[in-house]
Design a protein around this ligand. Structure first.
Ligand code: HEC
Length: 157
């Protein structure tokens, strides 16, 4: 029994020490999102959905929950943000070609329609981020308009 106690104590100390470490924060400039919003022009309801349910992982500005103060939870969250931004980041939207932007919106429609976004692990803790069918329709309708706009633009741009 004594060994179990020792292991438990060791783990406890390791966990306490781990609290001094954490990943780099994703807390960039909120204005970095403006160019994306100006170009894709979402209606107010869609803008709110994007801000509340997507931009935490797909922009340079994450609103961190309290449990992000806990190591290793913070590393787990940072992993999602890093991965999400790698695939789709509205904070560097202008840096993408029209072709890539259009492709991202093609993916976006698919992801939202199939309820793959927001990530399920996000809606566990943000129940309000679970999109209703009406919200999904609003987002998809907007995304289709954006694609129609990109279709009219020179692809090489
Ligand atoms: C908790 C973090 C998180 C949230 C919130 C989130 N995403 Fe994602 N998203 C990811 C991750 C991680 C990936 C990449 C892995 C994957 O495809 O599952 C991704 C992938 C995507 C992609 C695919 C890009 C590509 O080229 O494959 C799109 C588009 C997307 N998300 C849109 C959205 C939209 C729209 C919302 C809001 C309705 C949203 N995401 C909410 C983390 C998130």
């Amino acid at each position: 029994m004594k060994i179990v106690k020792k292991i438990f104590l060791f783990l406890l100390i390791a966990l306490v020490i781990a609290q001094f470490f954490g990943p780099e924060k994703n807390e960039g400039d909120l204005a970095s999102i403006d160019a994306f919003l100006a170009e894709t022009n979402p209606p107010e309801d869609v803008k709110l959905i994007l801000k509340e349910t997507c931009f935490d992982c797909h922009s340079d500005v994450t609103r961190y929950p309290w449990y992000d103060k806990i190591t290793p939870v913070n590393y787990w969250l940072a992993g999602h943000v890093k991965d999400g931004k790698k695939h789709f980041n509205v904070s560097n939207w202008e840096g993408n070609s029209v072709k890539r932007k259009d492709h991202k919106f093609e993916e976006l429609i698919e992801m939202v329609e199939d309820k793959e976004m927001p990530l399920e692990s996000y809606t566990w803790t943000h129940s309000e981020a679970k999109l209703t069918d009406a919200q999904i329709k609003s987002v998809v309708d907007w995304a289709k308009l954006v694609r129609a706009k990109y279709a009219l633009m020179p692809k090489a741009e």
